[in-house]
Write a protein that binds this ligand. Structure first.
Ligand SMILES: [Ca+2]
Length: 199
């Protein structure tokens, strides 16, 4: 083979390698695209691994949250809320409801959105993140809301625990519990939660 031909083949080989390297590099850019779920994360509080709050027999435990406190401040359609839960015994169905809250954090009106998950499959030893799909409704910019977890049955041996943390790090509201006597606020606690939605 002539020297010029060898040079041509070497050059052609380098071009093929360059093109191939571009083709292999290119898909890596699509891999680093942020996860679709993360793009849709609105209000959240997910720090801390200390403290828990239990609920059963219609008592309600949840947290006040304010749109724009830590997430994007805009109107959006809520899709789901994830919370960290574990069970004791056989709690049955766990319900989650969202209510509008007054400036004092007290809920009022009808449930705006609701969803449920099966509690009997939860771990009894470890808190696990559980995402509960909700009926779609629009939550508003600067709006204040409360989410409540509850089970209709249960007793002292059959209940659900939700992870809370006691440093009051979430600025958009605090833990709140509805019991027979009325509302009980826990101003130094926040229930760990993540609100997902879309524009
Ligand atoms: Ca708080």
């Amino acid at each position: 083979m002539k020297t010029e031909n060898i040079i041509y083949w070497v050059i052609a080989g380098i071009i093929v390698l360059l093109v191939a390297s571009q083709l292999t590099i290119f898909p890596q850019f699509s891999i680093v695209t942020p996860d679709e779920k993360e793009e849709n994360l609105y209000e959240y509080y997910d720090e801390g691994e200390m403290g828990e709050i239990s609920f059963y027999r219609g008592a309600r435990a949840g947290n006040v949250f304010t749109i724009g406190a830590v997430g994007p401040n805009e109107d959006f359609v809520i899709d789901s809320i994830s919370v960290k839960l574990k069970r004791e015994g056989i709690p049955g169905i766990i319900n989650l409801d969202i209510y509008q809250a007054g400036t004092d954090g007290k809920p009022f009106g009808e449930s705006l959105s609701s969803g449920s998950t099966y509690g009997n499959d939860l771990s009894e030893t470890e808190f696990e993140e559980v995402e509960i799909d909700l009926s779609q409704t629009i939550l508003n910019k600067d709006g204040k809301y409360v989410f409540f977890l509850s089970i209709s049955g249960g007793d002292e041996n059959n209940m659900v625990w939700a992870r809370v943390f006691n440093d009051n790090l979430y600025p958009g509201g605090d833990a709140i519990v509805k019991i027979e006597e009325g509302w009980r606020y826990y101003p130094y606690f926040d229930v760990l939660f993540k609100v997902y939605g879309k524009k």
